[in-house]
Write a protein that binds this ligand. Structure first.
Ligand code: DAH
Length: 357
């Protein structure tokens, strides 16, 4: 019995893991283990022999069992120690260098446009996105029956029956900021108004919310020639080309007279847009001389002042300049897209430092 005890206690002490420990348990005190088999022999013994052997075997069994469980918890402690050591983490380390966020192309292009017009003396004006029906339409010489109201797919704000406050819409263009700026600042005036606008429309080049930039210059001696020069300077700077040909196409907008849509000469050779060369024309904006009724609505005397105005899609010129095929992706918040088309947030565009790098 002393031999058995010595054998198993040594094996237990040497066991390297739980599996080895279990094998020892089975060999010693399992149903067919050596100690169990010895216990079965008690039946064949004389009562005197049994009186000595019985308690001794039981004591041996107890001793082996408690050695097994002591070793088992020692092994578990060791495993935990090892795991804690391997998973050790220094929480005082500085954080991982963060992924830098990027500037959305709409913001980038807004900054670029703002930088270019700032150089020509235009400041930035803003207006509300929930706009009165009057500022969005009537003041811009678009009366209630005018087809432009229907064409614009306007989102109207809900009104309770009997509500007598002015009707509101989600502004369908940035042109109402012309009126708000005239009301607030009077003439002379030289502003651009970038911002979000809304129309119920959705396909590859239309989203229900998109961005425009409005331009407005009012003074006592403003002509279409000023408009042409300003737009030429803008297009050259924006598309970063030395020269570009503009085409003024007669058009109609209720808030300008005369009105012109402006195309720029370009080529689409090889599927990429090149501004300033080639035989294609690309429409980029609407413009004209501010209609006298619009000046009047803004509280400015049309007999003393004239002005030019233009409106341009920011998302559209961003797509053109940076070769982005689908407008809808602008507003999907897909991080892969944002990282691909985004701009470094600290590279503020300036005319001297470079607009896009
Ligand atoms: N508001 C027009 C639109 O959303 C764009 C526009 C055209 C603005 C001519 C102007 C302008 O200021 O003169 O389609």
């Amino acid at each position: 019995m002393d031999d058995l005890k010595a054998k198993y206690l040594t094996q237990i002490a040497d066991a390297g893991d739980e599996a080895a420990l279990e094998a020892i348990r089975l060999a010693a005190v399992g149903k067919k283990g050596e100690v169990s088999l010895k216990m079965r022999e008690l039946g064949k013994m004389s009562p005197e022999e049994r009186q000595v052997a019985g308690p001794a075997l039981n004591a041996l069994k107890d001793e082996i069992n408690s050695a097994l469980s002591a070793k088992k918890s020692a092994l578990a402690d060791k495993a935990l120690d090892e795991r804690l050591r391997s998973e050790w983490l220094d929480v005082t380390l500085p954080s991982r260098p963060a992924r830098h966020g990027t500037l959305h192309p709409v913001n980038q292009v807004t900054e670029e446009v703002t930088a270019i017009f700032a150089e020509m003396g235009f400041s930035v004006a803003e207006g509300p996105r929930v706009e009165t029906d009057w500022h969005n339409f009537d003041a811009l010489n678009i009366p209630g029956h005018h087809p432009a109201r229907a064409e614009m797919d306007t989102f109207y704000m809900h009104r309770a029956p009997g509500d007598t406050r002015p009707a509101h819409v989600l502004r369908t263009h940035t042109s109402p900021v012309q009126i708000r700026s005239m009301e607030a600042q009077g003439a002379p005036l030289r502003i651009i108004c970038p911002g979000g606008v809304y129309r119920a429309d959705y396909d590859q080049t239309h989203t229900p919310m998109f961005h425009q930039v409005e331009g407005l210059a009012i003074d006592t001696d403003i002509s279409m020639a000023n408009l042409k020069w300003v737009l030429e300077e803008f297009v050259k700077a924006f598309f970063e080309v030395d020269d570009v040909e503009l085409r003024f196409r007669a058009s109609h907008f209720p808030f300008t007279e005369p009105s012109a849509e402006v195309d720029i000469r370009c080529s689409w050779e090889g599927g990429t847009l090149k501004v300033g060369e080639g035989d294609d024309w690309l429409e980029i904006l609407g413009s004209g001389m501010v209609h006298p009724k619009v000046l009047q609505a803004g509280g400015i005397d049309p007999d003393r002042y004239q002005g030019f105005a233009f409106g341009m899609g920011i998302d559209r010129i961003a797509m053109l300049k940076y070769g982005i095929p689908d407008l809808r992706a602008f507003f999907d918040s897909d991080l892969r897209w944002l990282r691909h088309y985004g701009f470094a947030s600290l590279d503020v565009p300036t005319l001297h430092g470079g607009l896009s790098r």
